[in-house]
Ligand binder design. Structure first.
Ligand SMILES: [Fe+2]
Length: 201
């Protein structure tokens, strides 16, 4: 069915949505609506954070500077392209479950849990540290959602989260953290088991 609209139509004044965000349409995939709602909600959180990490990689790719400029410029773009693939995988899983995927930047900014970096450039140590924190946040929520999905019988979501999102983020953390090896800047806090900035004092 085609819809004809005059060019001066103000779409903001129209009810144009075919499905409301936060709902799930019927899908005959032998999974209860309640289970699909839970998975879709969690997947949209992982998606919003993945889109933010993706954009952070491009920001750092453009704003890289210093003696490691070239290698970081290339590494950040490689990881960006891999995060782009994860964004599509996550979004299409949400649609597969009958959900509505978050998509536009203002909506992603409202949902993401990753703290917003300044617009201006930061040095490479801070860039790498921000990336490690973002990856670890995504890994933690991905692992938790994967367990929930498995417990509720959503094996497809569990498989996608573990085999693609979790493993890719863990792999990228290896490359990012090794850039800081030997610098004494980012060290592992054994008690909290979190990356911390070491004091320069
Ligand atoms: Fe580029």
């Amino acid at each position: 069915m085609t819809t004809t609209l005059p060019m001066n139509t103000q779409l903001t004044e129209q009810k144009t949505e075919l499905q409301t965000y936060g709902t799930v349409a019927n899908r005959p995939i032998s999974l209860d609506q309640k289970v699909r709602l839970t998975s879709v909600s969690g997947l949209n959180q992982v998606l919003a954070d993945t889109m933010t990490l993706r954009d952070m990689y491009k920001k750092h790719h453009w704003q890289a500077a210093g003696p490691t400029f070239y290698q970081l410029h290339l590494l950040f773009d490689k990881h960006w392209s891999e995060q782009v693939e994860l964004v599509d995988v996550l979004a299409e899983r949400i649609q597969t479950l009958g959900g509505v995927t978050i998509a536009m930047a203002p909506d992603v900014a409202e949902l993401t849990r990753i703290s917003r970096p300044p617009r201006g450039p930061e040095n490479s140590t801070i860039q790498l540290f921000r990336l490690l924190q973002a990856h670890e946040l995504i890994i933690a929520e991905t692992r938790e959602l994967a367990h929930t999905a498995a417990n509720e019988g959503d094996d497809g979501t569990n498989d996608l989260l573990v085999s693609q999102v979790l493993r890719r983020n863990e792999f990228q953390i290896w490359f990012v953290s090794e850039q800081l090896a030997g610098t004494g800047i980012a060290q592992r806090d054994r008690e909290a088991d979190r990356f911390v900035m070491a004091s320069h004092a």
